[in-house]
Every structure is written in structure tokens, then in C-alpha cells.
Design a protein around this ligand. Structure first.
Ligand code: FES
Length: 564
């Protein structure tokens, strides 16, 4: 097999000429023949002025290049799409598959023997994992790392759990305009990813748990020197893998590592989005995430990490407490420790190297969990035939078994128009329902599942209600919120059949979500309901509309899964 610069020559019909031309062009950059003869490590550059979560990427690339060269390799940096949560219209999820395709095709198209993928903001690591699984070249993932915490009036702040909490306080009239403006300058005090156990932190932990990144890569803060040293070590390891030819993503993304990821996700109090992304990564590797297996794992895996939004601390505290290796040491009986990692050994080696930090209270012992059961539960019933998810660790115990009257919003626009209407017929015991917010309906499955509490109820002190939708929710959010209902309303799911005043039963212990309307009436409604969304005329919007799958398939494109 050809290596280095000889790999994947551009087709001119004369391979000798193709190599000659490639060398002639690349020498314009000042490279010597010695440099060009070395194994090549591609380094994906996801720096963007629109992406503060990746603000440290230039420094990480410099360190990674140093590591590649120390190991005798030749680093070559190339750009890919970069996606930030707040700078992606209509949603970042809408663009995740585009980034996965971009990254995969650039890995395939350009000559490299290994690749280092540097990502961090919510959709970027999942896209890179999907790409790595499909390209199947030796790959090391390097998260950009979490921000450090912010402070306001003596209180520790974290993006973006506290963004939501403080915005809710502002909506309820407990904070004025001047203070909310001040807070906006304090919630994200450094570059790096959100420092609570949101989607970015969850995905960084899952890459480490699956052996796709070096130990301690998930939680070291973005601005710490340790993060830069991790970049150097990741570059070095990628070069060693380029020389050795492995391990490959197909050696690392296996049923065992997927199961390990599910155990870790439950024990972290991780983001519900992690489940969608894991399902997409699995598809790219020719595997399937079984939602019922995930639920069973949740019943036997306690939440051990005391981080917001399920707990109290932040990612830097998790790091100082020993990080993911220390957490996995608490979970050894639930993990497959024979799983290999990019570090060169197995998960057992990682766990053996875990640091014991006296007095730390961020990673709880098994005997004193934060919650007895895992973070998430999978709900089934006539409202969610292919499953729905609730983050029970961040829900209100009093609402875990609840029957209430549906108050239906037919779209995001309808919700925005009516949720704060003083005349809205809504009580604290009602169930707020949002539809047309799924992968195809919105489109892009926005993080709109955290429906705001109607202002007139918020002002009376109501902090939580049962809310259900086919949308997603930020991993930094909290509340009794049922998400990812599949199939979505725009794909003919029963959510489209709910009417104002219908009774909805949520029973998390029984894993049930039921619309209390008889089957004959639902059949009658189905015959008169059409919630299909118009097909876009062209471009990526059309590709997305035609091929996006449901949440239980990771919102992947149907043509991106591994060939049988
Ligand atoms: Fe990038 Fe939260 S916005 S990780």
C-alpha cells in the first residue's frame, strides 16, 4: 500500500506524472524531500472566528505539530468546517452531517497516514467521530477542552446551565436589564467548550471512554498548559500510529466500546444529545445503538459525577478530581476493560493509571452516588413508538409520574407567538407539547425541547412542568422534559395527533409515555392530518430533507451508514 505523499494520487492517467506534479506544487511551501518522505499526519483545523469554543485551536495545532515531528512524522494542517452552537442557522445539528462528510472526504482525498482531529463544540466531535469511523484511517481525537468557570456576585457561573437559569430569572422579573447584560460578559470567561456536563463535555468524555483520545483529554481546561501538552502528546501518538498503521477506528469503535460509552454517559449525568450522536457514530461503523440496552444500562449505572446540570461542580473540578480515568475506576465491573485505546494499551491500563485525589467530592464512590440510577431513561408508548428520552437526573422528582392536560404548540413559531400570551389556557399541572421540531420538521431538530415556562406561570414561581417534543435539548438544560420522540410529527409520528386538552401520562419508573386517547379516535385524526413539510428546491437543504433519519438512527443521512 502506498504511504505518505504517494497516497491517493490525483487521477491524470499517469501516476509518475501525478506524483511529480504533487511534489512540484507542495515544494512551493518550502518543504524538503526529507520532510516529504516522512509519514504524514493530517491535522484538521477547525479554528473559526465564529467559534470561541475552538479559540485555542491554533496553539493546540502548534503543539501537535511539535509532537508529530518528535516522532518522525510530517504534520500537514488542513481546514474543515467549524460549527458553533450560537452561530449556525437554523441549527448546528442541521450542519453536523455536512461536517462529517467534509471531514471524511478531506481525510480520503488528501495524502495522510494518520489524522489528528481537533474539535470541541457540541457537533464537532460527533462529526469527527462519524468521519473517523467511515474513513478508517488511524485517528486521534483531541477535544479543545472546557472553559474555566465564571463568577457573578460571589456565585460561580457555568455556560450554559446558568445562562438558562439566569435568563429564566430575568423573564420572571427577578433580574433587570442592566444585570442580565453584565452577566452576559461573565458566563463564558475563556475560550473552550461549555464547562458543565453539556453535550460538548459529554462527547469529549465519550471519545476518551471509547479509546479515541488520550487519557485525561476530556476534561483538562482549554486554557491550561496541560491541554497544550495533551496536544503535543496526541500529535506524537498520531505519528506513531501513522508509522505502525494502527490502531484503526474500526479496532476501537466496537460493540464493547459503544457499551462502555453508554455506561459512562449514564454515570456522567451526560447530555441527551450524546445518545443521538453515539447512534450516528455507530451507524458509520456498521453498528447500532440499542435504546433498550441503553435503558437497561441506566438502571444498573448510578450517576457518580457531581456536575451541573445534574449536580453542583464544573468540568475543571472534574479534571482536578482525576477526570474520566478516575470515574472509570468506579465503574470497572460495568466496563469492558479489554477495549483498546489510541494510547496503545487497553482501558484497563487507563484505569490503572487513574489518580487518587484525597478529599475530592466530584466523583462519588459507588456506595454514595449522586443518583441511584443513570442519567437517562428511554420511554415507550403510543406517543413514542420508536422511543423518546428523558434526562431523569435533571428532572423534578414530583413530576416523574404525572398525568396532565396537553397544551399544544404546532410549531416553534406558534410557541414563540403564544407561550407568553396572558390569555393562554395553561396551568402548572398541564403538559406542554411542541411538535414539528424534529430532524426534518424544524428542520435540524433544534434544542427547543426546553420549552420556556409560560411567563404568567413563571411569575407565580412555577419552575418546572412536563414538556414533551420531537426536539432536542441542550445538555446544559434541566427540567422534566421528554425529548427525541420518534418518529417525529413531520414524519407521521403520533405527536402530530395530540390535541389541546388530551390527557398525557408520563411514568418514568414504568418507562411509559401515553396519549390517553383511544386507537379509533387516533386513526380518525391520522386520516385528516398532514404534517409533511415542503421539500426544499435545491442544495444542502434538499439533500438534508430527503435523507435525514430519525433520532433513534442518530439523525444520520441514510446513505452515510457503513455498507453492509
Ligand atoms: Fe460550544 Fe457550548 S457553545 S460547547
Amino acid at each position: 500500500m502506498s504511504r505518505g505523499l504517494r497516497k491517493g494520487l490525483t487521477a491524470y492517467g499517469d501516476e509518475g506524472f501525478s506524483l511529480f506534479l504533487r511534489k512540484a506544487f507542495i515544494k512551493a511551501m518550502g518543504y524538503s524531500d526529507d520532510a516529504l518522505d516522512r509519514p504524514i499526519v493530517g491535522i484538521a483545523n477547525t479554528y473559526s472566528d465564529y467559534n470561541p469554543c475552538h479559540g485555542n485551536v491554533p496553539a493546540l495545532i502548534e503543539a501537535a505539530k511539535r509532537g508529530v515531528m518528535h516522532a518522525g512524522g510530517m504534520p500537514m494542517v488542513f481546514p474543515t468546517i467549524s460549527i458553533h452552537e450560537s452561530f449556525a442557522h437554523p441549527t448546528s445539528m442541521y450542519l453536523r452531517n455536512l461536517m462529517a462528510m467534509d471531514t471524511e472526504e478531506m481525510i480520503r482525498a488528501q495524502p495522510m497516514d494518520a489524522v489528528l482531529l481537533i474539535g470541541g463544540c457540541d457537533k464537532t466531535l460527533p462529526a469527527q467521530m462519524m468521519a473517523a469511523a467511515s474513513a478508517d484511517l488511524p485517528t486521534v481525537l483531541l477535544p479543545t477542552g472546557p472553559m474555566v468557570v465564571g463568577h457573578h456576585k460571589g456565585e460561580v457561573l457555568g455556560a450554559c446551565t446558568d445562562c438558562r437559569r439566569l435568563w429564566a430569572a430575568y423573564r420572571a422579573g427577578q433580574m433587570d436589564q442592566a444585570e442580565i447584560e453584565t452577566v452576559s460578559g461573565r458566563l463564558a470567561p475563556s475560550v473552550g467548550t461549555c464547562m458543565v456536563m453539556g453535550t460538548a463535555s459529554t462527547m469529549a468524555c465519550l471519545t476518551e471512554a471509547m479509546g479515541l483520545s488520550l487519557p485525561m483529554s476530556a476534561a483538562a481546561p482549554a486554557v491550561h498548559a496541560e491541554r497544550v501538552r495533551l496536544a503535543e502528546a496526541s500529535g506524537r501518538r498520531a505519528a506513531e500510529m501513522a508509522i505502525a498503521g494502527g490502531p484503526l477506528p474500526s479496532d476501537l469503535i466496537t460493540p464493547a466500546s459503544l457499551r462502555n460509552a453508554m455506561v459512562v454517559m449514564q454515570a456522567l449525568g451526560g447530555s441527551t444529545n450524546g445518545l443521538v450522536h453515539l447512534a450516528a457514530v455507530a451507524r458509520h461503523a456498521g453498528l447500532k445503538v440499542d435504546l433498550d440496552q441503553f435503558d437497561r444500562i441506566g438502571r444498573e449505572t448510578p450517576v457518580l459525577v457531581d456536575l451541573k446540570p445534574s449536580g453542583h461542580h464544573y468540568m475543571e473540578h472534574f479534571h482536578h478530581a482525576g477526570g474520566l480515568p478516575r470515574l472509570m475506576r468506579e465503574l470497572t465491573d460495568l466496563l469492558d476493560l479489554a477495549a483498546p485505546t489510541v494510547a496503545g494499551g487497553t482501558l484497563a491500563d487507563v484505569v490503572a493509571g487513574a489518580e487518587e485525589v484525597p478529599g475530592q467530592d466530584v466523583i462519588r464512590p459507588r456506595g454514595r452516588p449522586l443518583k441511584a440510577q443513570g442519567a437517562m431513561a428511554v420511554l415507550r408508548g403510543n406517543l413514542s413508538p420508536r422511543g423518546a428520552v428523558i434526562k431523569q437526573s435533571a428532572a423534578s422528582p414530583a413530576l416523574m409520574k404525572h398525568t396532565g392536560r396537553a397544551v399544544v404548540f404546532t410549531s416553534l413559531a406558534d410557541m414563540a407567538k403564544r407561550i407568553d400570551d396572558p390569555d393562554l389556557d395553561v396551568n402548572a399541572d398541564d403538559v406542554l407539547v411542541l411538535r414539528q421540531a424534529g430532524p426534518r420538521g424544524a428542520p435540524g431538530m433544534p434544542e427547543a425541547g426546553y420549552l420556556p415556562i409560560p411567563k404568567k406561570l413563571a411569575r407565580t414561581g412555577v419552575k418546572d412542568m412536563v414538556r414533551i417534543s420531537d426536539a432536542r435539548m441542550s445538555g446544559t438544560a434541566f427540567g422534566t422534559i421528554v425529548l427525541h420522540i420518534a418518529p417525529e410529527s413531520a414524519a407521521g409520528g403520533p405527536l402530530a395527533l395530540v390535541r389541546d386538552g388530551d390527557l398525557i401520562e408520563l411514568d418514568v419508573a414504568a418507562r411509559r409515555l401515553e396519549l390517553k386517547v383511544d386507537a379509533a379516535e387516533l386513526a380518525r385524526r391520522a386520516a385528516e392530518t398532514d404534517h409533511a413539510v415542503p421539500r426544499p428546491a435545491r442544495g444542502y437543504a434538499r439533500l438534508y430533507h430527503d435523507h435525514v433519519m430519525q433520532a433513534d438512527d442518530g439523525c444520520d443521512f441514510d446513505f452515510l451508514g457503513a455498507a453492509p
